[in-house]
Design a protein around this ligand. Structure first.
Ligand SMILES: *[C@@H]1O[C@H](CO)[C@@H](O)[C@H](O)[C@H]1NC(C)=O
Ligand SMILES: *[C@@H]1O[C@H](CO)[C@@H](O)[C@H](O)[C@H]1NC(C)=O
Ligand SMILES: *[C@@H]1O[C@H](CO)[C@@H](O)[C@H](O)[C@H]1NC(C)=O
Ligand SMILES: *[C@@H]1O[C@H](CO)[C@@H](O)[C@H](O)[C@H]1NC(C)=O
Ligand SMILES: *[C@@H]1O[C@H](CO)[C@@H](O)[C@H](O)[C@H]1NC(C)=O
Ligand SMILES: *[C@@H]1O[C@H](CO)[C@@H](O)[C@H](O)[C@H]1NC(C)=O
Ligand SMILES: *[C@@H]1O[C@H](CO)[C@@H](O)[C@H](O)[C@H]1NC(C)=O
Ligand SMILES: *[C@@H]1O[C@H](CO)[C@@H](O)[C@H](O)[C@H]1NC(C)=O
Ligand SMILES: *[C@@H]1O[C@H](CO)[C@@H](O)[C@H](O)[C@H]1NC(C)=O
Ligand SMILES: *[C@@H]1O[C@H](CO)[C@@H](O)[C@H](O)[C@H]1NC(C)=O
Ligand SMILES: *[C@@H]1O[C@H](CO)[C@@H](O)[C@H](O)[C@H]1NC(C)=O
Ligand SMILES: *[C@@H]1O[C@H](CO)[C@@H](O)[C@H](O)[C@H]1NC(C)=O
Length: 418
């Protein structure tokens, strides 16, 4: 038993803008158990005469709620919303409940490659099926709301949901007033607001930062490591951590922490091809692992390990993240790497290490001083602007000067003729 709810008339006026469509599933007694209001974009890879092609399309507004849709039957079957459209395509959202939550347990997409209106020149004619788990989840008795895009990537098909309001296991026939917001929306609306108590007390003692203000840049610290043959790591940099974490209430929090150089201790060790710089500030430690590529005579940052204690509102206050396959801060042995622009070193999707005004040299350091500078690409790009502006100004001065000289010569000539 199923029926599609009417579309907003206004939505049709939006023309090329893709408006959300709304769908409902009812049980045999006519009680609504699922409402879904969503925009869905598809990107499908298919073969055309041996070549890869991509089809991009939206879930049309006249998609229909198919008869396979159901409210589920106790423990025997789960609620399911099946949306059919075009020539034999369908998207199913399979719901399940667990503890206090319900979720879209699985997303299933059937697409018919013989539909030439979507898959131009497709050489395969069959109906294909892809499926994937999703992270669409909400508390029971709340509607799920997600304005930002949520991608579900499957083999050959990417499905992108946006502007989603949906609820399953409905008891009241309409959306609940309380909602569960998705992590994507939480982060984008509160990203700059939360600073941790430790930062507020130690870094910004005078005034608490305005909610929209970015945190101040961290102060530049000077750090060194001594190896068997003297100094093997020499580093000047400002250091900032940016950690996204889940709070006890499922919302996302952001921990921005600036290292305070006076209160940061450095240690580490070096051997012939590997160097560690360990920096510890309060309960936070960052370990930089540099390696030497002997054949190219270049060193680079290969690994970063971050461990810290998050604010008590975090679900899990112990945080650790690492990445051992990086390739950053690269320079030739004997030279130093320098970057005035901020660099964001991505450790994981949850952890960024931001370095500011970095100058660093690893392995061979003559006389405990930086060698020749290798500037980062970001700085070189920034330098281009003043160079271009300078060149333009010089050109302008030259033109004015020439014009002036010509003018002077003419007026002289004029004098003589009088
Ligand atoms: C989201 O969908 C609603 C209708 O369900 C529509 O009124 C609104 O304009 C849409 N918002 C965006 C950002 O697309
Ligand atoms: C849905 O709309 C498209 C055009 O937007 C139209 O070509 C198609 O026939 C419609 N399908 C149904 C089932 O109404
Ligand atoms: C459904 O599950 C509950 C416990 O989760 C159980 O008590 C009940 O007997 C089950 N019903 C059926 C029809 O399996
Ligand atoms: C389909 O293939 C034909 C010949 O191979 C080609 O001329 C035509 O442009 C193709 N159409 C599309 C939409 O790719
Ligand atoms: C909805 O939110 C209100 C206020 O936060 C709360 O008192 C109420 O228990 C919530 N209802 C549900 C069903 O979660
Ligand atoms: C899906 O997304 C991934 C990553 O964004 C991309 O590499 C891939 O080509 C996409 N596939 C399709 C079918 O669009
Ligand atoms: C059901 O809807 C009524 C009004 O329509 C409201 O007063 C009541 O709180 C709702 N119950 C739940 C569980 O949302
Ligand atoms: C850094 O250099 C200073 C002076 O050169 C030295 O006293 C200190 O032990 C060095 N630190 C490390 C970790 O090697
Ligand atoms: C911190 O990380 C989040 C998520 O990756 C990002 O949106 C935000 O812009 C970052 N902020 C800073 C100051 O790096
Ligand atoms: C460094 O730590 C000490 C105590 O551990 C504290 O008194 C001092 O204020 C801290 N310095 C800064 C700049 O935060
Ligand atoms: C620095 O970190 C590395 C990698 O975890 C570890 O092996 C080493 O013992 C640490 N060194 C110091 C002095 O803390
Ligand atoms: C220290 O110097 C010796 C002799 O120059 C060299 O053989 C050795 O590899 C060096 N060790 C390191 C860690 O650079």
């Amino acid at each position: 038993m199923a029926g599609a709810r009417g579309l907003l008339a206004a939505a049709a006026l939006l023309g090329f803008l893709q408006a959300s469509s709304s769908f409902e599933v009812k049980d045999s007694s006519g009680k609504v158990c699922i409402i879904a209001d969503l925009t869905v974009a598809f990107s499908v890879e298919y073969k055309s005469h041996g070549q890869k092609e991509f089809a991009h399309f939206f879930l049309p507004q006249n998609a229909t709620v198919e008869s396979q849709s159901s409210c589920g039957n106790g423990n025997k079957s789960h609620p399911i919303l099946v949306l059919g459209f075009g020539a034999g395509h369908s998207l199913s959202l399979n719901f399940s409940e667990h503890a206090d939550n319900y979720q879209v347990e699985e997303l299933v997409f059937h697409y018919n490659l013989s539909d030439a209106t979507l898959f131009h020149n497709s050489t395969a004619g069959e109906v294909k099926k892809v499926s994937h788990k999703t992270t669409i989840q909400a508390r029971m008795g709340t509607k799920y709301r997600c304005i930002n895009a949520k991608h579900v990537n499957m083999k050959s098909v990417n499905v992108t949901f946006s502007n989603v309001t949906l609820e399953a296991y409905l008891t009241n026939g309409t959306f609940s007033t309380n909602k569960t917001e998705c992590a994507e929306d939480m982060v984008s609306t509160t990203a700059i607001v939360p600073t941790t108590p430790k930062q507020n007390t130690s870094q910004v003692p005078t005034t608490s930062p305005a909610p929209t203000a970015s945190p101040p840049n961290p102060a530049v610290g000077k750090y060194n490591v001594t190896g068997p043959n003297g100094t093997c790591v020499l580093a000047y940099m400002g250091l900032q951590l940016n950690i996204t974490y889940q709070k006890k209430d499922q919302k996302m929090g952001l921990d921005l922490l600036n290292f305070i150089p006076q209160n940061t201790t450095s240690s580490g060790r070096c051997d012939n091809t590997s160097a560690f710089l360990n920096l510890t500030f309060e309960k936070t430690r960052v370990i930089f692992h540099f390696v030497l590529n002997a054949s190219t005579e270049k060193y680079f940052l290969q690994g970063v390990n971050v461990s810290t204690t998050l604010p008590s509102e975090a679900k899990d206050p112990k945080f650790e993240a690492w990445n051992n396959s990086m390739s950053e801060l690269r320079a030739t042995v004997g030279n130093s790497y320098k970057c005035s622009a901020e660099e964001n070193l991505q450790v994981t999707d949850k952890a960024l290490v931001n370095v500011f005004n970095v100058q660093i040299q690893v392995f061979k350091i003559d006389g405990d001083k930086f060698g020749a500078v290798e500037e980062c690409q970001l700085d070189e790009n920034n330098m281009l602007i003043p160079i271009i502006v300078g060149a333009a100004l010089a050109g302008l001065v030259l033109i004015v000067l020439i014009a002036y000289l010509i003018g002077r010569k003419r007026s002289h000539a004029g004098y003589q003729t009088i």
